[in-house]
Design a protein. Structure first.
Length: 128
């Protein structure tokens, strides 16, 4: 299981922005095995898919967190980075999503782009 390096996440009112990174040890084995399809380009059925990681993330999040969480998120991919925007109910959910995504093959970082927290809460900054 990949370790998550302390995230660089800021909160402005109800908006979250920042990045979660997988530690370097978790990525070295993936780089060494580039004789086939890069891990971030593996599709849902093992085929080459340029946006394979984003598609696998959507499916995994739907099964792990339920369809309600997915319908409020925009999930995109830039290389091995997963980009999240949209809405979440709490900061804790945002952190859980990011840490779960980093356990998936091919994901090396999760970037939060203006991720809106919909519930009013008095939670301290996210920490790893």
């Amino acid at each position: 299981m990949a370790r998550v390096v302390k995230p660089l996440v800021t909160r402005h009112g109800r908006m979250l922005s920042g990045t979660y990174f997988r530690d370097i040890e978790g990525s070295l084995s993936e780089v060494a095995s580039l004789s086939t399809i890069p891990p971030e380009r593996i599709g849902v059925n093992g085929e080459y898919d340029y946006y394979g990681l984003a598609k696998r993330v959507k499916i995994s999040l739907r099964s792990q967190f339920g369809p309600d969480v997915i319908t409020r998120l925009i999930i995109q991919q830039r290389g091995s980075a997963v980009l999240l925007s949209g809405k979440v109910t709490t900061c804790c959910i945002a952190e859980e999503l990011a840490q779960f995504i980093l356990t998936l093959e091919g994901a090396t970082q999760v970037e939060l782009h203006q991720l809106q927290v919909t519930e009013n809460q008095s939670v301290a900054m996210l920490s790893a």
